[in-house]
Ligand binder design. Structure first.
Ligand SMILES: Cc1cc2nc3c(=O)[nH]c(=O)nc-3n(C[C@H](O)[C@H](O)[C@H](O)COP(=O)(O)OP(=O)(O)OC[C@H]3O[C@@H](n4cnc5c(N)ncnc54)[C@H](O)[C@@H]3O)c2cc1C
Length: 405
């Protein structure tokens, strides 16, 4: 008997062959590349766009991050772009018609010494001046917001207080990528997987297209949105970026009942932890000190992080770690992103988000799309120009971004 052929499963996006030419080619199919393509199409009517991804969509840092979303950065320029992003998050599920498991459960940044306290209080004041929700918590308040944190004073890492952003939270990173991919595809964007960019063509100081593992593709504008590989891709056009690529690790526990109601971060002990909707504890560590593209990190970093996590959360002693992994993050000298034009006309950058770019996915995509459409930096992008590393107008976010997310 002939078996009936099962129907094709419904696909969220097409799998098109690349065309010979596009108005805009986006290199990198992570969250930022997908969001850029979506906003090019939606906000600017530019639909002749390809996103070229060397592997599969959103298999890089987008699939590997710990999904923390917040906007409580110190400097005005950072608060402006991260808050723009957070406001987009607040309407994103409805706009993309996709369950992103976006949960504004609040983000707590612990202070363990006097320097942390001073830095945290300063940041709370700066945030409030910028219209970002921010509170200072005393140890008893930390306990109220997160009852499972041990705030007793005799600990190795005593909790002396914390900053708190109630509107911060988490989302499901895969869903965010799929939602942007589906929406961009529906607007006519070609999402081309298995297409590695191997060269960028420049003629008369202008980018004219890319060479790929699937042939040459001409483009009027080319955007490098390749996160940990951004400096390698930019070098194809002769542009040198001040980025260091490092492994950054995270891990998940087995599935637990709901025990952890918010997001807790500690820059001093390099731990940040939340509980995903399905029940696993999601934890991250600090970067490995060496440069690498290997997408795996050192055991001692995880070990140290777990020791600190257990002191802060004694209840975790019975949880099992079921999976660890690493992504490659692109760290800039001032822990702030690089966004905007390059010395090559028609060649744009969105990189340097380091350990903290997931939260910026909607905002960065929005701002880069506007920059490409106008061939002029969007006002929120202007301070993050590559030129700041020669002018010295740095935006030093090491206090808010150095390790934690
Ligand atoms: C362990 C970990 C935890 C993190 N936690 C957080 C967090 O809690 N909150 C937060 O805000 N941020 C966090 N981040 C950072 C965040 O994930 C990144 O800043 C952000 O995802 C980077 O943007 P992206 O999603 O576009 O990058 P990616 O998803 O890495 O996308 C870049 C894409 O470019 C592709 N590419 C590279 N070279 C080429 C080429 N030559 N041709 C074609 N394609 C190419 C890659 O394959 C990749 O898919 C974390 C990162 C890691 C690794």
């Amino acid at each position: 008997m002939v078996q009936p052929v099962p129907p094709e499963p419904a696909r969220l996006w097409r799998n098109p062959e690349p065309k010979p030419a596009y108005d805009v080619v986006v290199i990198g199919g992570g969250g930022h590349g997908l969001a850029t393509a979506y906003y090019l199409a939606k906000n600017h009517g530019i639909t002749n766009v390809a996103v070229l991804e060397r592997a599969w969509l959103a298999g890089g840092n987008m699939a590997r991050n710990t999904t923390i979303i917040r906007s409580n950065y110190l400097w005005d320029e950072s608060a402006a772009i991260y808050e723009h992003s957070l406001r987009l998050w607040e309407g994103l599920q409805a706009e993309l018609d996709f369950d992103l498991q976006f949960s504004q459960r609040g983000v707590v940044n612990l202070a363990h010494n006097l320097a942390d306290v001073r830095e945290g209080m300063r940041r709370v004041h700066a945030n409030r001046l910028n219209g970002v929700d921010a509170e200072w918590l005393e140890p008893a308040d930390v306990r109220r917001v997160c009852p499972i944190v041990d705030v007793s004073p005799d600990k190795r890492y005593p909790v002396l207080g914390a900053t708190y952003q109630p509107r911060g939270g988490i989302a499901n990173h895969d869903s965010v990528a799929w939602a942007y991919a589906r929406a961009a595809d529906a607007l006519g964007v070609d999402l081309v997987q298995g297409c590695e960019v191997t060269g960028i063509d420049v003629a008369g100081g202008r980018a004219t297209g890319v060479r790929t593992s699937r042939g040459r593709i001409a483009a009027q504008s080319v955007a490098i949105v390749a996160a940990g590989h951004a400096s390698l891709v930019a070098a194809m056009a002769g542009v040198r970026l001040p980025l260091q690529s490092h492994p950054l690790q995270a891990l998940v526990s087995d599935l637990l009942e709901e025990v952890h109601p918010c997001v807790i971060m500690s820059n001093t002990v390099h731990v940040y932890v939340s509980q995903a909707a399905k029940g696993s504890l999601v934890m991250g560590a600090g970067i490995d000190a060496y440069n690498s593209y290997a997408q795996r990190g050192s055991f001692h970093v995880i070990e140290r992080q777990m020791a600190a996590a257990l002191e802060l959360f004694p209840i975790f002693a019975r949880a099992q770690v079921i999976r660890t992994w690493a992504g490659i993050v692109d760290v800039s000298p001032d822990a702030s992103p690089i966004l905007g034009r390059t010395p090559v006309d028609g060649l744009y950058l969105n990189c340097g988000w380091g350990t903290g770019g997931f939260k910026a996915t909607p905002g960065a995509g929005w701002v880069l799309a506007a920059t490409i459409a106008a061939a002029e930096p969007h006002p929120l992008a202007r301070p993050f120009a590559l030129a700041r590393f020669t002018t010295g107008a740095l935006i030093d976010e090491h206090g808010a971004a150095a390790v934690a997310h």
